[in-house]
Write a protein that binds this ligand. Structure first.
Ligand SMILES: C[S@@+](CC[C@H](N)C(=O)[O-])C[C@H]1O[C@@H](n2cnc3c(N)ncnc32)[C@H](O)[C@@H]1O
Length: 193
């Protein structure tokens, strides 16, 4: 396996210690999400700490209690963080985050809608998610979704329970991403496709 294309933020383990009261969201954490995970277009409202659809992503993780969540594409990790925080409070599950770290400046608008190459450096990726206490719950694959699915068996990952799509936004790619092999609940970013 070509390890150079796969940057693991940490080896993802399914179990983690729950917060004392099983609920990690608090005003400081939400402020940190706004500052560092920089949501755009998720009906968020920073002035009153309203995460908008972020609450839905968190809630879906809490309601469905997935063992394996797949996130395809994220500018600064907003969806990844909200879903991973749900898993953290469930004390169960892991996230596979797939993003080739495209930059609209260097790769152009046909490769990414607004990407800013945030996922180039594995240590930086780990530090980014450590802010939210979820770095041990996720693995970043620096791949395009098409490559990820091609290599799925090789990567020896479990079936996917929940998929969030916010990557290429191109129809032919989105069709691949709406995969049926894993029987997963699949939903897309508000502005996707
Ligand atoms: C603009 S971001 C999504 C932004 C999102 N609305 C948010 O707030 O986080 C798009 C991301 O999709 C990634 N991307 C582009 N093509 C992709 C593909 N084929 N597979 C996975 N990710 C892809 C880019 O690298 C970029 O980081």
């Amino acid at each position: 396996m070509d390890r150079s294309t796969i940057s693991r933020a940490r080896v993802a383990h399914a179990q983690t210690a729950p917060d004392t009261d099983g609920f990690c969201l608090n005003p400081d954490l939400i402020r940190s999400i706004f500052t560092h995970a920089k949501p755009v277009g998720h009906h968020e409202s920073p002035e009153n700490l309203n995460l908008g659809f972020g609450y839905l992503y968190y809630a879906l993780a809490r309601i469905l209690r997935p063992k394996h969540v797949l996130v395809i594409g994220s500018g600064f990790g907003f969806s990844v963080v909200c879903l991973a925080l749900g898993l953290r409070d469930n004390a169960k599950g892991r996230v596979s985050f797939v993003d080739p770290s495209y930059s609209v400046l260097t790769d152009g608008p046909f490769k990414t809608v607004g990407g800013t190459a945030q996922w180039d450096d594995p240590d930086k990726v780990a530090r980014h998610f450590a802010r939210f206490g979820v770095e041990r719950l996720l693995t970043h694959y620096r791949l395009r979704s098409e490559e990820f699915f091609t290599r799925y068996d090789e990567l020896a990952l479990p079936d996917i329970d929940l998929t969030f799509i916010d990557g290429s936004h191109a129809y032919k790619v989105a069709r691949v991403e709406h995969h049926d092999r894993h029987n997963a609940v699949t939903f897309a970013a508000p502005a996707c496709c």
